[in-house]
Design a binder for this molecule. Sequence first.
Ligand code: PMP
Length: 396
Amino acid sequence: MPSDTLNQFLNDNLNELKEQGLYNEIDVVEGANGPRIQIDGRDLVNLSSNNYLGLATDERLKEVAKDAVDSHGVGAGAVRTINGTLDLHVQLENKIAEFKGTEAAIAYQSGFNCNMAAISAVMDKNDAILSDALNHASIIDGCRLSKAKIIPFEHSDMDDLRQKAKEAKESGQYNKIMIITDGVFSMDGDVAKLPEIVEIAKEFDLITYVDDAHGSGVLGKGAGTVKHFGLQNEIDFQMGTLSKAIGVVGGYVAGKQNLIDWLKVRSRPFLFSTSLTPADVSATTKAIDLLMESTELQDRMWENGDYLKKGLKELGFDIGNSETPITPCIIGDEKTTQQFSKRLNEEGVYAKSIVFPTVPKGTGRVRNMPTAAHTKEMLDEALTIYEKVGKEMNII
Ligand code: PMP
């Protein structure tokens, strides 16, 4: 017999979300998530995936994934510390460390659980974490789980960070203090000011943690934001995902050997959740190999990003100040933003609206993620639709 209290709670809250227009209907992609996708039998130019380099459907990755299923099966069989550490996991971790320029690395089942795992393994209730106001939800949850005092600083505001770091240090209340930031912010495409962050960290002896989910594969010849600034020896935690530019699934931390040793004995998803599958790990290792061999895919992604940005700007859209291929099209009002995205979809472009509370009120945007897999024809098709819908709704 289901609980009446639960029923009431669920129905009341679901109805409220639906009345407010905040209930998210989930689209189902029929087939692979490539530069074009099929939804409800309709073919759309896909500008919403994080598959920056098109690797999610790359034939070379598919090939090694199939080989790994043949040689190692479909599951790892256990958590890493029992007997779920396959030779393939060790190869992947060595590859990540080489790619990131660190002594060692540890892989997790996802970027989300990596942040939950790594932050809470090192920080505790006697510590403080200075966290950029626009950090990703998984960072926020990792910080909460650690029970450390969370001190948000204004987005990329180095004066605010310095002031709060100074106050935290001088208060003498905390054993350890960490600065944590996204490397690339996914809503605006701006890059964290890592050289200044490192300077502040040095001044006050702070731990540094960079979540490079959107910078890896994109900046620093693919190795990420930290490499882009040449700071491999200055950042304590280089965290990233294997699910975006790398095209597969998983998360990791790269850093000093003692940090990785500690995470292997203290981070709970590593200790208590079954490890990545052989196919995932092999495909990921191959993706990193490809990134280390050539910048061809990154070059194409940047070219496509510049092309789309130029086109949207020329049409008269506000595309913000992105420093990466992430291209927001800022509309403002929440309802208009949602309507704009819906009309784009009806005309053949899949670009999702992002509104409050994910971004501040009045800054609703449709976010575009051009990738290496798009052709100029697909981008032109999208621009033509942007022009039509933009004019129809008096946005341009
Ligand atoms: N960090 C950031 C900045 C992200 O954007 C995301 C994904 N949305 C994650 C972590 C979580 O990564 P994953 O999807 O691999 O769990």
